[in-house]
Each structure stands twice: as structure tokens, then as C-alpha cells.
Design a protein around this ligand. Structure first.
Ligand code: SF4
Length: 126
């Protein structure tokens, strides 16, 4: 009788041990799958950031390739652009029309204002 009681106790202990191990494995699996998801999210963010940076670089390249020019057949030679933005424009004494003297800093506010202010829409930035 005593031996049967001991065997029953051992069986109970084994059952509880099995339950404990199963729960532990379940928790470990859940934690590892969550950390995998976090890693995947971080990787996705890295890819998105790289894509954004690449797009910005492409946009910058587009700006770099823009060409500033005067459409001389439209320019009346008023000189307004040279007064507003002397960094980019100068009057050509021979032709009496504006000419481009610099193609850098194409994002400047004064250039944008000069383009807007030209009465003949003779400044091209494409
Ligand atoms: S503002 Fe326009 S029209 Fe006047 S000089 Fe400049 S380009 Fe020519």
C-alpha cells in the first residue's frame, strides 16, 4: 500500500514536471518569435530609410541636372533679373539681353524671385 502511494506521488510529480516544461517551452517560443518580429520590423525600417535616402539623392540629382538659361528671343533686356539676382544674371552689352553667369546654387530664393519677376517669362530652369 505504501509502495503504491509512493508510485502515485511520483506519477503526480512527473505530470507536474511535464506541465511545467511544456509551459516553459511555450513561453520561450513566444518570446523568440516576438524578438524575430521586432528584428524584422527594424530591418523593414532600415529598408524604408534607405529608400527615402535614395529618393532624396535622386531628387538632388534632378536638381543638379537642371539647366538655367535665358530665352533670348523673349528677353526684352529690362535688366530686372540682374538686379534681383546678380549671382546668376548679367546684362550682355553686345546683345542688350540678360545672360546666365552661374549655374550653381539653383535653389536660391533670389533665383526663384528673378524667374517669377521676369516680365517676359524669359528665364528657363529645366
Ligand atoms: S528680367 Fe527677363 S526680360 Fe528682363 S532682362 Fe531678365 S530675362 Fe530679360
Amino acid at each position: 500500500m505504501k509502495k503504491q502511494m509512493t508510485e502515485l506521488k511520483n506519477k503526480k510529480i512527473l505530470i507536474w514536471l511535464g506541465v511545467f516544461i511544456s509551459l516553459s517551452l511555450g513561453i520561450i517560443y513566444k518570446l523568440s518569435s516576438d524578438s524575430t518580429k521586432i528584428t524584422e520590423t527594424v530591418e523593414e525600417n532600415k529598408v524604408e530609410n534607405k529608400t527615402t535616402i535614395n529618393n532624396e539623392e535622386e531628387n538632388n540629382e534632378q536638381v543638379e541636372f537642371k539647366k538655367l538659361s535665358i530665352l533670348t528671343n523673349k528677353c526684352r533686356g529690362c535688366g530686372r533679373c540682374t538686379r534681383i539676382d546678380p549671382e546668376h544674371f548679367e546684362m550682355n552689352r553686345e546683345t542688350g539681353k540678360a545672360m546666365v553667369i552661374s549655374s550653381t546654387n539653383l535653389k536660391s530664393e533670389s533665383l526663384a524671385l528673378a524667374i517669377q519677376s521676369c516680365p517676359d517669362s524669359a528665364i528657363s530652369l529645366e
